[in-house]
Design a protein around this ligand. Structure first.
Ligand SMILES: [Zn+2]
Length: 207
């Protein structure tokens, strides 16, 4: 789309920022910015300040690597949860998806990706070392490997099995209600909740 389409460079610049969001094209971006401009100035400023505040202050939990306002996230600080049961996920979106099922009362470990030779992502790029430290020191009895049921997810499961199999812990994977190739975040909450409850022991084999 032509850069000079709009009569304001300021408007154009803001539209370009909104258009960076996934699934938002230029046209939708323009509609959102026009909507913003209809608001009172303090509301627009609050919107901008919220994002600046987010950028300046958001942290990652030092324990599970989930997003947090403090060094330790609200999930890791929750004493009513089972800290010996860890659900290993690829990213923060998966924590949100699993929390939405309201079926899981353990804690998490966010890997920050999955092993993907095609994209040049190896084990050293993921938070596997800190997972091993937790397994080693937190009296963990079970790891639920809740990775996407893709080739990369299977590769990562197998790597974790090889790496952590020496510890006295149970390894399990989600029951395959989630069909091959689906991403966790798109699985509906009931299916995802059920696949956590009906998780299967993992022995290094694909299910
Ligand atoms: Zn945490």
């Amino acid at each position: 789309m032509d850069k000079d389409q709009y009569s304001s460079a300021l408007f154009n610049e803001t539209v370009n920022e909104f258009a960076k969001f996934p699934g938002i094209g230029k046209r939708t971006a323009a509609r959102l910015v026009l909507h913003l401009l209809k608001q009172e100035r303090p509301i627009i400023e609050h919107f901008g300040n919220t994002i600046i505040n987010l950028a300046q202050n958001i942290k990652h939990c030092k324990c599970c690597h989930n997003i947090s306002d403090t060094d330790t996230c609200t999930i890791c600080s929750d004493r009513s949860r089972d800290h010996r049961l860890i659900c290993v996920v690829e990213n923060i979106k998966d924590v949100i998806a699993i929390e939405n099922t309201q079926q899981y009362k353990g804690v998490y470990h966010v890997l920050g990706g999955i092993i993907s030779p095609m994209e040049g992502i190896g084990p050293a790029d993921l938070s596997i070392e800190s997972l091993e430290q937790r397994v080693n020191s937190d009296q963990v009895y079970e790891l639920i490997l809740a990775l996407s049921p893709t080739m990369e997810g299977d590769t990562t499961n197998f790597y974790l099995y090889k790496k952590l199999g020496k510890y006295q812990i149970k390894l399990s994977t989600l029951a395959r209600g989630v069909s091959f190739g689906d991403e966790l975040e798109y699985a509906d909450e009931i299916t995802l909740g059920r696949s956590i409850l009906n998780r299967q022991p993992y022995d290094g084999q694909n299910l």
